[in-house]
Design a protein around this ligand. Sequence first.
Ligand code: CUA
Length: 355
Amino acid sequence: MKTRWPRALAIAALAFVLPLLTACGEYPQTTFSPVSDFGEEVNQLFWWVFWWTMGILVVVQVLLIYILFRYRGRPGAPKPKPVYGHTGLEIVWTLIPALIIVFIAVPTIRSVFATQAPAPPNALTVEVIGRQFWWEFRYPELNGLVTANQLHVPVDRPIELRMRSTDVIHSFWIPRLGGKRDVAPAPRRIDPQDLRTTRIVFTPSETGEFLGECAEFCGQSHAFMRMLAVVMPQQDFAAWAQSMTTSPEPAPGSLEAQGRDIFMSSTCIACHAINGTNAVGQLGPNLTGFGNRWAVGAGALPNTRENVVAWIKNPAAIKPGARMPGTQTEGGGIPPTGLTDEQVEAVAAYLLSLR
Ligand code: CUA
């Protein structure tokens, strides 16, 4: 019996250490590498609770294993003497868990309040509107600037997201920035007094691009409801906001110019807006600066020419339930666009030229 001990211990140690090792790698969507005060708050709380529970685990397991071996049945051994009504023991095993609960509860409640605190006065407000299956971001302080699926924010400035949904419950989650928080249906407009308007306030502490996604099952393309946060230096953010007020003019006679003319004279403009042009549709994503987006269809595909072409031809084939018609397929109750392959190529070239 004795020789099996080291192997059993080694397996137990491995089982404990392996999950820890796998949690240390670089993952784009990890809560363990926060880049905002909100994320930091949650991460610290996580480790605090984690180590308390690990302490409990170790103490309980060591005692359990000790007792299993110390008092195991042996031939001819007397029965262990039971302990009844030991007041000292009972006080100790009531007091210690109660204290541990206090140690966990106090920082947890503190974090709950810290992550629900009102935004400081210099915060930049961004309205987040969840839709099946994409995200709209509006900047009321920047002349109503609207963008989709790619959330641009300045570094080191508090950001207040005010969130609602136009259809079902979504959940906003960019793990490295903190969150997640439900986005509840409140159809008409963002009203800070409306309890259905949920909020996240955070101050990004690092520039970079951070992936996020909808974290509440919201329909058949829930998995394609991704987003990218782009945290920019403050000057770059101002330049970006300025660049979004208008759109580049394609060179006369170019493929892009043809694409623009097709776009502006087809049903595209019923749903899409491109700032600085005649396209002012509100139903679909605003396409200003589309060439700078990381993905097509809210993270469904990388933003390449082939993928944009495939998307325009048949969005629902890439993203089931997408409310955009294809060239031959209806979508969201809207009839097919009827664009030819050449026209689609031109429109894709135009969209990708919007930078
Ligand atoms: Cu929106 Cu899941």
